[in-house]
Design a protein. Structure first.
Length: 83
C-alpha cells in the first residue's frame, strides 16, 4: 500500500497517546492525519492449479485500487507506513 494523498498539517488532528516502547506513563502529543487516500494492488486468488488468477467481478489481480480513510481509520495506516 502507498499513501497518495494527505491533507496539509493545518488540517491534522491533535492526538495524545501513551508510548508503548518507552517507560510506562510517558504520553506524547502528536499530529495525526485526519484524512488520507491509500492506493493498493489487488492480490487476487489463484486457481487450484496455481497457473492463473481467478477474476472476481470487476476485480482483476494486479489492478490498482484506492480508498479514502478518515479519523481513526486514517491514523492507523499513516503510523504503519512510516510517513
Amino acid at each position: 500500500p502507498c499513501t497518495v494523498l494527505r491533507l496539509p498539517k493545518s488540517k491534522m488532528r491533535a492526538w495524545t497517546e501513551e508510548c508503548l516502547v518507552l517507560p510506562p506513563g510517558l504520553w506524547a502529543a502528536l499530529l495525526q492525519d485526519a484524512e488520507i487516500v491509500v492506493e493498493y494492488k489487488l492480490l487476487g486468488r489463484w486457481s487450484n492449479d496455481d497457473h492463473h488468477p481467478i477474476q472476481e467481478g470487476n476485480d482483476v489481480p494486479g489492478m490498482t485500487r484506492s480508498i479514502a480513510l478518515s479519523r481513526e481509520f486514517a491514523c492507523c495506516p499513516s503510523m504503519e507506513f512510516k510517513l
